[in-house]
Design a protein around this ligand. Structure first.
Ligand SMILES: Cc1cc2nc3c(=O)[nH]c(=O)nc-3n(C[C@H](O)[C@H](O)[C@H](O)COP(=O)(O)OP(=O)(O)OC[C@H]3O[C@@H](n4cnc5c(N)ncnc54)[C@H](O)[C@@H]3O)c2cc1C
Length: 575
């Protein structure tokens, strides 16, 4: 297996062309986010990813997290690598300076997280969840809460988690039963059980700050009766809180990420109180909205996991294709080159979507004009389910192709590519399954505004791509936009069942069109640079080749989803 090499040249090119980092740096508060600083940051994070995170990946997969007596331990080396990560201040990159952060754009944090995740996805999940917790606290926490918890989360001294899922409440979060009863001094007593909690318990830090969804006594039924609570493992007075892990799961992948069953409000070890004390975050019954702050953040980061693991798998497959000799080096065979080109173009398209999404989040926060902020918020909201679902589907397809490029060796654990495939699989499931993302896109993001935000995006794509010098690429986008408009019309005409049946094909079509646009945009910038003799010609020509391949061979597959979008749901009636 090839050693992971952080793809900084590609990432910087995407930040410059897709995120327009130069313009982002002109927004208030982002003055330091220059392309030069981005280059320094990515070089530094790339080094840590390569030298500290990547060497632990195979070990973490083989040994995994261990559970014994309410404690979770990680394999040797994890604690030191986490300490190095925290000491370098990576959690604070895009956090609010008021809480000790650097206040740099979210899009830079996403690029950095791609590197850590590619190097070791199971490990990188721990900081990823902490970043979402920081975001929730910044937006919804009161002043006292922020003062107490933000600095320690930002410094990495403590980590954060999200506790939503219960045995009967998975996608249907509104079915959760964990209760929260008002107690003394504005606190609450929580009682219940949560399952599948990522990094719910571990030995890397002294304290863990849990964000828990629960019901108040007077809560209405369903999602409107959910409130969000902050529940620390160690209370501010130093006592152990009554929240503990009682088991961890044995999983298909991400073995070094402990997936915990947690009990709240039950007596633990002798001498430990069973009381689980929490503090309300945001408004009573406003928990789902508050949790969505965390989840929207996390959904972009999970889409980014798809990109990261695809990049890792692509690097391994590309290196193996040079080494393996069957009728000559297998890189010489057209079918192997087809697989590699598919892997590269899909990975680059998914990266571009995630980066465009994160940059839209930044502009929605920092643009000076309220109309502009609203415009970018609509864009960010629309792209989030696409980043998550399309990005993670790409992760699965590309890691599967990496196995294929390796032949039988890919199926054998020693080469490591099987691990990428096993790790990639979860990203399509957690943080809302990809089916739920498709419903979010089709229902909340498309239907609620009668398609206006999507039409706005279509207009932006049309305007930008009309100026491309490559006539074939221009033509491909014209055809794609016509199909997208047709798909939008079909979606808006569906009843509830029809919408559900067409949602996933619709998301796949949208992902293909947006990915094609953003690759075409990069090819156009590559052509400008080539003409000016600016940059590495091999890199720039490879960008053009990825775009051409995607626009001519993958985009048509995405457009063929129109059949599923326009089909009658009656076809599904006789399962
Ligand atoms: C490794 C791992 C880590 C996790 N980490 C966390 C964590 O840190 N915190 C946390 O709270 N949870 C966590 N989860 C839980 C995860 O978010 C859920 O597993 C996920 O949301 C799906 O819920 P479920 O497993 O109950 O599947 P179900 O909800 O039972 O879904 C089964 C199938 O039905 C489909 N489906 C369900 N409802 C609908 C609908 N309305 N329309 C269309 N299709 C539908 C789904 O798409 C899916 O295909 C984790 C899970 C795993 C496996």
């Amino acid at each position: 297996m090839a050693e992971y090499r952080a793809p900084t040249e590609e990432q910087l090119f995407v930040l410059e062309t897709v995120a327009d980092l130069g313009a982002l740096a002109a927004l208030p508060g982002f003055g330091e986010a220059t392309p030069e600083l981005a280059e320094q940051i990515l070089a530094e994070s790339g080094r840590l990813a390569q030298e500290a995170f990547a060497p632990l990946n195979a070990l973490g997969d083989r040994e995994g997290a261990r559970f014994s007596d309410s404690r979770v331990t990680l394999p040797a080396g994890f604690a030191q690598a986490y300490a190095d990560y925290a000491a370098a201040g990576w959690n604070g990159l895009s956090a609010d300076p008021a809480g000790g952060g650097q206040g740099l754009p979210f899009v830079l944090s996403v690029a950095v997280q791609e590197q850590f995740t590619a190097a070791n996805m199971a490990f990188a999940l721990c900081p990823m969840l902490t970043l979402s917790a920081i975001e929730a606290l910044q937006v919804h926490g009161d002043e006292a809460m922020r003062a107490l918890y933000l600095p320690k989360l930002v410094s990495g001294e403590w980590t954060g988690t999200m506790l939503l899922t219960e045995p009967q409440a998975g996608s249907d979060v509104g079915a959760l039963r964990t209760s929260a009863t008002p107690a003394e001094g504005g606190t609450y007593r929580l009682k219940g059980q949560k399952i599948f909690i990522t990094w719910g318990e571990h030995d890397l830090t002294e304290n863990i700050v849990h964000f828990v969804l629960a019901r108040l006594p007077d809560a209405p039924a369903g999602p409107k009766g959910i409130s969000l609570f902050l529940v620390p493992k160690i209370l501010p007075d130093g006592a152990r809180n009554g929240i503990r892990a009682i088991a961890i799961e044995h999983k298909m992948g991400i073995h070094a990420s402990p997936t915990c069953t947690m009990v709240l409000g039950e007596a633990g070890a002798p001498g430990e109180s069973g009381d689980c004390i929490g503090w309300l975050v945001g408004q009573p019954h406003g928990g789902l909205a508050a949790m969505f702050t965390m989840m929207n953040h996390a959904r972009i980061n999970v889409g980014n996991q798809g990109v990261a693991i695809a990049e890792r798998a692509w690097q391994d497959a590309r290196a193996y294709a040079d080494e393996r000799v069957q009728f000559g080096a297998i890189i010489g065979h057209a079918d192997v080159r087809r697989m590699l080109m598919t892997m590269r173009s899909l990975t680059q398209a998914a990266r571009a979507i995630v980066i465009a999404n994160a940059a839209a989040v930044d502009r929605a926060h920092k643009s000076e004009d309220a109309v502009e902020r609203a415009y970018w918020k609509r864009r960010a909201d629309l792209l989030t389910p696409i980043s998550k679902a399309w990005g993670t589907d790409v992760g699965i397809e590309v890691t599967s192709l990496a196995i294929q490029v390796h032949g039988g060796a890919g199926f054998i654990e020693e080469t490591g590519v099987a691990r990428h495939y096993r790790d990639a699989r979860i990203a399509a499931i957690y943080e809302g399954t990809n089916g739920i993302q498709a419903m979010d896109l089709a229902g909340r993001k498309l239907r609620l505004d009668n398609g206006a935000a999507l039409e706005e995006l279509e207009a932006a794509i049309a305007q930008e791509s009309a100026g491309w010098r490559d006539a074939a690429a221009r033509g491909a986008m014209e055809a794609a936009l016509a199909m997208l408009a047709r798909a939008r019309t079909a979606m808006l005409a569906h009843d509830h069942t029809g919408l559900g049946a067409a949602a996933s094909p619709f998301l796949a079509l949208c992902g293909g069109v947006v990915g094609g646009w953003l690759l075409g945009l990069q090819a156009e910038r590559a052509a400008t640079r080539l003409a000016a003799g600016d940059g590495d010609p091999a890199f720039l020509r490879a960008k053009q080749a990825s775009a051409t391949y995607f626009l001519t061979q993958r985009l048509p597959l995405a457009l063929a989803q129109i059949d599923g979008i326009e089909a009658s749901p009656d076809q599904l009636a006789t399962i």
